[in-house]
Write a new protein. Structure first.
Length: 228
């Protein structure tokens, strides 16, 4: 009795569906393995590049590059290979010995240039007077007391290349007063500062001599005051 056509068609359809699924699964698996293979090849390429760089650095430092262990060769070819290795070993130190002094010379030259470049800056920085010296010099040149604001304005105008702030000037003036290098006085609500040298010179100055006529007039006034 012949098979039922409907049954044959159903079985064929099931096989076709299964084969299609297997093909799709196979394709996806190939894509996955290909992607992993590409990633592994990229990692291998990076490792090979790193190995080349490390070998170069190793040779530059004068060390003998490490070689991967190899399978021992027959004893008949051993003398020839040993001779080749010896010749290679002799050439490598000569190259390293030639490069080592050059590297040391370059490093020494760089340090020397850096030191020479830093010397002018240090000399320039040390040549500038300190804020204390500037304030003392300014006060010594003034005949009258000056406030912190006046000192700051005068120094900023005389030294535009420097950053002079009123807070720093006021603090320095107070420190000079504490060290008896300056004197502080108050006029109303303002505080004024005077150089000790200027104050001492003012106190030691002799009293002005009056003319003879003024002296006689002063004596007559005193005599009148006594007689009255």
């Amino acid at each position: 009795m012949p098979d039922n056509p409907v049954t044959i068609t159903s079985v064929t359809s099931q096989y076709a569906t299964q084969v299609a699924r297997d093909l799709e699964s196979n394709t996806k698996e190939q894509e996955r393995i290909s992607a992993e293979l590409s990633a592994l090849q990229a990692q291998l390429k990076i490792l090979q590049d790193d190995q080349n760089v490390l070998h170069s650095i190793h040779e530059t430092l004068g060390s003998r590059p490490a070689s991967a262990p190899s399978t021992p060769e027959p004893s008949t070819s051993l003398p020839q290979q040993t001779s080749g290795k010896k010749s290679t070993t002799r050439r490598a130190p000569s190259k390293t010995a030639a490069e080592a002094p050059s590297a040391k010379k370059t490093t020494a030259q760089a340090k020397k240039d850096k030191t020479q470049g830093a010397e002018p800056k240090t000399a320039t920085a040390s040549a500038q007077p300190t804020l204390i010296a500037l304030i003392l010099t300014h006060l010594d040149q003034q005949k009258e007391p000056r406030s912190a604001a006046e000192v700051t304005s005068a120094l900023a105008e005389a030294h535009p290349q420097r950053t002079i702030k009123s807070t720093g000037v006021r603090t320095t003036l107070e420190n000079l007063v504490a060290k008896n290098q300056a004197q502080r006085s108050k006029q109303g609500g303002s505080v004024f500062y005077t150089s000790v040298a200027v104050q001492a010179a003012t106190q030691e100055a002799p009293a002005p001599v009056l003319p003879q006529t003024e002296q006689d007039s002063s004596k007559r006034e005193k005599a009148r005051a006594v007689s009255s």
